[in-house]
Design a protein around this ligand. Sequence first.
Ligand SMILES: [Cu+2]
Length: 426
Amino acid sequence: MRLNSQAALLLLAGTLTSALPVEDTPVFTTTAAGGATTTLPAVASRNTAVAQSQIEQLANFAQELANTTLTEAQEKMKRSSSCNIFNVRVRREWGTLSSNERREYIKAVKCVMAKDAKTPRALIPGARSRYDDWVGSHINQTNFIHYTGTFLGWHRYYVWQYEQMLRNECGYTGSQPYWDWAKTAATGLEKSPIFDGSNTSMSGNGLPIKNQPDIVLGGNGLPPIFLPAGTGGGNVTTGPFKNMIVNLGPVALSAPGGETISNGDGLAYNPRVLKRDLTDAINRRYSNATSIVNLLLNSKDIETFQMAMQGVPGSGDIGVHGGGHYSLGGDPGRDVFTSPADPVFYLHHAQIDRVWWIWQALKPWERYSEKGISGTGTFLNSPPSPDTTLKTLIDLGYATAEGAPGALLMEDLMSTLAGPFCYIYV
Ligand SMILES: [Cu+2]
């Protein structure tokens, strides 16, 4: 059976509907997909625990919308081809997976790392493994998929293709898990099930390097942003991915002290051990529960939403997206181009996708449409390029799973229950 029947039944029964009263923070009333009236928070609470429950309320609202959509699809009796309550896949937070589920995911990732690359050496000489096909595709497209109109759609498709690869090429039977930054901001990264270094984690911190100076972001005439270094910095030596070899990059790796390390276009073979520098201060400042609720509630349109998420240049804020990447730190964690070479990337970007999914559900008629896209095909429109539209083609190249579709249009990537997709988040 493909569905997570328990979650599906919960959805059907509506028991996931939150009834948590949220202190005396302002609320607004909206009409849920089923026609019922729902009350949602209107302002992010500064209290982390309250903000965490606000996220749950908003996520439950998105689940209700998904439930209605799926039930309708089922009623239309298109069981063989459409996405419905019986075949929808449920993506869950890493810490809520059982030990066996986590082991199965880790095993599939390692299986992909052990397979040969499909990318021809003439194209990406350093790509050695099937896993590197994903890293290489991201490096090659970095300037066309960040601070662009394609940012959210491209990464949604990329993570989904990765999930299909784990399933179709390595026998994984689960769904792509996600990293809830709000949780790690509350517990501390090294104590979380994702990073505690155990056999069922995604491996722990890097070996500690003492007295690392700050990371400095910015340049190009923008005021610098100083980020503290973390408690690691060296090689990852614990957990399933200890001593994992990163083959590609770096292209633009921010190192402590303001240095940027580059190995040209990053496509050459450059084997080195995975490094991490877990940094709670960054997680707590930029991607805590309150930052997520603020992003969800204060972004009236897609331009505001995706810019705030990535950090408005010059604002001094790196957004929840930057907050995740830089709290992971290390090499390739601090390199926008090569970052997918750390396997935690896919948990981080599943959470990015989850936050977009929740935000979309708050105004679905607008946010699944052309109005849900803003920006062009180049990084901050430099050099200038045409607007991204529903008809913009997304081509992941060799980061495409066996048995999955190839290049698709943005219009196929707007809803997680349409086009090639059929999944929700709990
Ligand atoms: Cu990216």
